[in-house]
Design a protein around this ligand. Structure first.
Ligand code: PLP
Length: 225
């Protein structure tokens, strides 16, 4: 199946999932996670209209983004991987939104290095998994407020990666909790309108639970070696 066909399929499946959940299809956007995939394949995705793209390794973004910068239509890059402070410099020239901010120190480094205004999402460790990145749910809104006070950074919303499980349905409570946190944030005056939740295997559940941005790799670009 061509990339263009897969992209069309995903977008129609997302629309169906929205309608099933009583939501409007335009409320959910699809981010193409193209890690490990060659630039030629990404050009195909861009030509098919998939302009929202994401990398999860800083150096990979640094290396690939310049090769696509002049492409029409141009990509909008997001960064979705774990980010060490010493690699922020590779990411900020390219990423419009960094999904994985889970400490004030990381946000400060992003603010210091970014060449212009940048959006961030606060990553929530909804499952309280000590092995995983993300801030705990009860510290999330305080971190949002702290980060929001920095120059050049706007907190656009929240992101979460639930534990890997057999049954995507078991992730529902984690997605629901992050949606609830975002609603509390909005009530407190935060602009948390992006909810980055859901991947190839669980995006239908995430959409039902309130996701506005799903991160899809395999279902668009095929499996990774
Ligand atoms: C790779 C990646 C995805 C996409 O995963 P698939 O299962 O291939 O859809 C989503 N989120 C993050 C953080 C990723 O690194």
């Amino acid at each position: 199946m061509s990339i263009a066909q897969r992209i069309a399929d995903i977008h129609s499946d997302v629309a169906a999932a929205c309608i099933e959940a009583g939501r409007k299809p335009h409320e959910v956007r699809v981010l193409g996670a193209c890690k490990t995939k060659p630039v030629e394949l990404i050009r195909e995705a861009l030509s098919a209209g998939q302009t929202l793209l994401a990398e999860n390794r800083a150096q990979e973004l640094r290396d690939k983004a310049p090769l696509l910068a002049a492409y029409d239509p141009a990509p909008e890059w997001h960064f979705i991987g774990r980010l060490q402070k010493n690699k922020v410099k590779y990411v900020v020239p390219w990423a419009q939104i960094v999904h994985t901010v889970d400490s004030f120190a990381l946000a400060e480094e992003i603010a210091r290095r970014t060449p212009g205004p940048i959006g961030v999402l606060i990553q929530v460790n909804a499952a309280h998994d000590p092995a995983k990145a993300g801030v705990s749910p009860n510290e999330t809104l305080a971190l949002c407020k702290q980060v929001e006070a920095l120059d050049n950074i706007t907190v656009r919303g929240l992101m979460t990666i639930p534990p890997m499980t057999e049954d995507p349905e078991s992730c529902a409570p984690f997605f629901a909790e992050v949606t609830h946190l975002a609603q509390m944030g909005q009530a407190a005056g935060l602009q948390t309108d992006i909810l980055s939740m859901g991947m190839s295997r669980d995006y239908r559940v995430a959409i039902r639970e309130g996701s506005t941005l799903i991160r899809v790799g395999t279902a668009i670009f095929g499996s990774r070696d």
